[in-house]
Design a protein around this ligand. Structure first.
Ligand code: GCO
Ligand code: MG
Length: 405
């Protein structure tokens, strides 16, 4: 089963996705997601110019050796571009192995550990009442866990919530450069306690609540937030502070029992090694697309399980349905699975491009028994959705200081 050809596509069915197709001599092919939001072409070029030529003629069955070849074999380890490229090749090879064996990927990982994958949905509102209206609808639709985000009074824009919501779910219109958004920690604190107090009063206690801070707080501010939200029993607080310095989480941890989650931008196990080993977090949010594929997420899951850390993979709209399929296979297997972020199965255009076999019912995802990843990519449709340059917004404090993402 030698690799014959590797094709790379950059398409925009509403937002940009980088997709890889690895084709073998016997005709079996596999697909992978290499989307790096705002830097898509860098990964596509890296794959085309530097990765693909080295893989032609190798056995598609050698998943581990190819992973090591692209990671250890290259002087430049880690990095967002490199690891997204490795990830896409890795997913495609697992897809191929599953198809060759006639088995879904979760069977190759060790089989099912649960009936279905619990999802958390997003309730984003322009004010607290709006957020809670949406949360109530999601709860009535069967979701058992809901992330609450609400606009911050006094700021013109709140990421993904108020202002141009296209920042979050779609491309940013015709703006050629990254939009800039203001952040105020003081204004945020004036809103966030009320959001969760009202949420528990209105939604009751039989639903899990979550919240994403997008790393806007310093560690001691995160500690204060954790203490403030403890009475509302959150499933987790996500990306409270940056953890480039993994010791930051010691500061948060020593003050609060709120469960902590982080990891959506991590590229390797090394980015979260200390956080996991020192039990400074409760959920690790690595994405297969950004942290080196199924091979590396499996390794992170096993390592995390030794320290009571659960998997909660990233599931934003900038990960393609191929990544969602890869996560679903990992999630149904991982003994230490926690929860999967979920923002829907994609718009109509995206569904034309990607054929997904996962079903979602009552806030749970169910993986099909189709061989491989169970997701396909329609090459013909790809031409209808050309790439459009687009950026994530940049965050600044009210005095103009550039701030954390
Ligand atoms: C999430 C993420 C998204 C990111 C996006 C950036 O938890 O869903 O934080 O909100 O902003 O994935 O590319
Ligand atoms: Mg997040």
């Amino acid at each position: 089963m030698k690799i014959k050809q590797i094709k790379v596509f950059v398409c925009s069915p509403g937002r940009n996705f980088v997709t890889v197709k690895v084709i073998t001599e016997c005709g079996i092919y596999g697909v992978g997601d290499a989307t790096l939001n705002g830097r898509e072409q860098a990964v596509a070029t890296y794959l085309q110019e530097h990765v693909a030529p080295c893989l032609i003629g190798r056995s598609a069955h050698d998943i581990e050796d190819i992973w090591q070849y692209l990671y250890r074999g290259v002087y430049w380890r880690k990095g967002a571009v490199n690891m997204a490229a490795i990830a896409a090749i890795d997913m495609a090879l697992w897809d191929i192995k599953g198809k060759a064996a006639g088995l879904p990927v979760y069977q190759l990982l060790g089989g099912k550990s649960r009936k279905g994958v619990t999802l958390y949905a997003h309730a984003n509102g322009e004010n607290i009442a709006d957020t809670l209206d949406k949360a109530e609808q999601l709860k009535n639709a069967g979701f058992k866990a809901i992330r609450l985000q609400s606009a911050i009074p006094g700021l013109a824009v709140t990421y993904g919530v108020l202002g141009d919501k296209k920042d979050y779910f779609e491309l940013q219109g015709n703006r050629p450069l990254p939009p800039e958004e203001e952040w105020s920690t003081q204004k945020y604190f004036a809103m966030v306690g009320d959001l969760f107090a009202q949420a528990r009063a209105r939604l009751g206690n039989d639903v899990e609540l979550l919240h994403d801070v997008h790393s806007r707080l310093t560690p001691i501010e995160s500690a204060r937030l954790g203490k403030m939200l403890e009475p509302y029993n959150l499933m987790f607080l996500e990306d409270a502070s940056m953890a480039e310095n993994q010791d930051n989480y010691q500061v948060i941890r020593q003050h609060t029992t709120i469960p902590l989650a982080i990891g959506e931008t991590y590229n390797t196990i090394w980015d979260c090694k200390d956080l996991i080993q020192n039990q400074l977090i409760d959920y690790i949010r690595v994405a297969a697309t950004h942290a080196g594929g199924i091979t590396s997420l499996r390794r992170i899951a096993d390592f995390a399980s030794l320290y009571n850390v659960k998997m909660a993979p990233h599931g934003a709209p900038d990960l393609s349905p191929i990544c969602f399929a890869a996560h679903s296979h990992l999630n149904i297997w991982a003994p230490n699975f926690g929860i999967q972020e979920f923002v829907g199965l994609g718009n109509e255009q995206s569904q034309q491009l990607f054929q997904q076999s996962i079903t979602v019912e009552n806030g749970m995802a169910y993986v099909s028994d189709a061989p491989g990843l169970g997701v396909d990519f329609n090459e013909e449709a790809a031409e209808q959705f050309p790439y459009k340059r687009s950026y994530l917004p940049v965050s600044r404090l009210e005095d103009g200081t550039l701030w954390n993402w």
